[in-house]
Write a protein that binds this ligand. Sequence first.
Ligand SMILES: CC(C)(COP(=O)(O)OP(=O)(O)OC[C@H]1O[C@@H](n2cnc3c(N)ncnc32)[C@H](O)[C@@H]1OP(=O)(O)O)[C@@H](O)C(=O)NCCC(=O)NCCS
Length: 148
Amino acid sequence: MALLLHQGAGWKIRPYARADNVSVETLFLDCLDAFPWRSGPVDELIRLRQTLRLSRCIVAEEPHAGVIGFLTLKRKSSYVPHLFVAEDWRLCGVGSGLLEVARDLARAPLSLDVDDQNALAMKAYLAMGWTEKVDTSTRPGQRRLTGP
Ligand SMILES: CC(C)(COP(=O)(O)OP(=O)(O)OC[C@H]1O[C@@H](n2cnc3c(N)ncnc32)[C@H](O)[C@@H]1OP(=O)(O)O)[C@@H](O)C(=O)NCCC(=O)NCCS
């Protein structure tokens, strides 16, 4: 079931299935190489697995490349714990497509936390019209952003 189809680029967004597990974890660990400030990959992987058990997840898939991005969503709070797009597929609308579908699923503006040091992601969110929100529950070293 496609939740969103990019006709020109050939990728689609669909619900996560258990069979996506290895692809999602591999993509996640590849992306984390660019996050040297984070705790080790083992802790991050444990957190991802917990989130996958308890939350919605959607993936972006291209027929030849397979899973090229994913997003996890805590639907009740409209909070996005994970948004990751494979490096080769960035700046192609995959991230904004995942957020658009998540926004529809949540039926409310989304929020997420960005690491202070993640300047590239911050630029992307600002380009997409996200704004910073003062939130006392945000962890040190992160900023809480709210989507349009
Ligand atoms: C942040 C991330 C999800 C963005 O995904 P993406 O698929 O590249 O984003 P899109 O192609 O949909 O771009 C959306 C907008 O952001 C802009 N943008 C994306 N990356 C950008 C960058 N590095 N610098 C400046 N603008 C950027 C795009 O130009 C686009 O703007 P437009 O609508 O005005 O054209 C992706 O870079 C990523 O996975 N990064 C590594 C993991 C990460 O940091 N995740 C976020 C954790 S909070």
